[in-house]
Design a protein around this ligand. Structure first.
Ligand code: NDP
Length: 295
């Protein structure tokens, strides 16, 4: 039995961070300042705190300035919007990331809408979503951008390939579909109301699973030779030893017998997200300084 390739997202992300670091050095020499990324963290959710700390470390590691703004969980919406307005005006800051989720008394979409689209390195602002959908230069959400980089690295030209994206969220599924369309794939978006998901997935040359359900996509659904990108991050508890572990949305062990290549969880898409965030910050810094987009 042939076994498909496991795509090493960790190694690709490390290479991307090296490229960003070179770009940061060149930008700093040219612009006379370092690119700056501001991360806003509301409350003390442990997972969010870990993400923010690791984003801060990697930002500094590529030579950028990292600014962290921690606010108590009780912060009012107006005060948070005032902070965003200050960051929009601050010339040292090229990228603003508000760590989600926000506490329930704050309207996330109002906060995202308040970010200057030129500094929206998460790519969640409607201006960037609209630009992406209409084929204009945009800051693109980091996770789907990471997926498309891995796909192009694995497959080269994606033109004409049949792609199925499972999931239609604004942060993963929809921008993923737009990026695949921009690469001239034939794109289907599946979701919780989709009928006969197995046969839809089975016609795809490229499957992107962004659902949030542990190992929902079965190996036998995959067309032989397809490439599978597994975005899901699901914590499951082993029935045998009671230990918890992270699995994706795809039953990887089964899928390996069918795929050409597949991203593992962890170590596939996950590491790409922060690397692309750094790249987006570098791209935003160039645009704000009137410099051409970096390679
Ligand atoms: P959302 O919960 O926002 O969206 C999930 C999508 O899956 C929805 O469109 C939903 O459909 C669809 N869905 C749910 N159940 C089914 C089903 N039975 N069949 C088909 N479709 C279904 O999640 P996100 O997009 O934010 O994230 C998806 C996964 O990716 C999560 O596991 C998340 O943790 C992970 N993730 C990983 C990142 C990384 O860095 N690797 C970054 C971001 C997310 P409907 O719209 O009809 O409800």
């Amino acid at each position: 039995m042939t076994i498909g390739k496991i795509i090493d997202g960790k190694a690709y992300a490390a290479g991307l961070r090296d490229t960003v670091a070179e770009g940061v050095a060149a930008f700093t020499a040219q612009a006379g300042r370092k690119p700056g990324l501001a991360v806003v963290l509301v409350g003390e959710d442990p997972a969010s705190s870990v993400y923010v700390r690791s984003k801060g470390k990697m930002t500094v590691a590529v030579g950028m300035e990292s600014y962290e703004f921690k606010r108590p969980v009780t912060i009012g919406q107006d005060d948070l919007l005032d902070l965003i307005a200050e960051l929009n005006q601050d010339d040292r800051i090229d990228g603003i990331l508000v760590q989600l989720p926000l506490p329930s008394h704050i309207d996330e979409s109002s906060v995202i809408a308040a970010i200057d689209p030129a500094k929206d390195v998460d790519g969640f602002h409607v201006v960037n979503a609209g630009r992406l959908a209409t084929g204009q230069e945009a800051l693109v959400p980091c996770t789907p951008m990471g997926c498309i980089m891995l796909l192009k690295d694995e497959l080269g030209d994606l033109s004409g390939l049949e792609a199925v994206v499972v999931g239609r969220s604004n942060i993963v599924g929809k921008p993923m579909a737009q990026l695949l369309l921009a690469e001239s794939c034939t794109v289907t978006i599946a979701h919780s109301r989709t009928r006969d998901l197995a046969s839809i997935v089975h016609r795809a040359d490229i499957v992107v699973a962004a659902v949030g359900r542990a190992e929902m996509v079965k190996g036998e659904w995959i067309k032989p030779g397809a490439t599978v990108i597994d975005v899901g991050i699901n914590r499951v508890t082993d029935t045998e030893d009671g230990k918890s572990r992270i699995v994706g949305d795809v039953a990887t062990a089964e899928a390996l017998a069918h795929v050409r290549a597949i991203t593992p969880v962890p170590g596939g898409v996950g590491p790409m997200t922060i690397a692309v965030l750094l790249r987006n910050t570098l791209v935003a810094a160039h645009a704000r300084a009137g410099l051409p987009k970096p390679e």
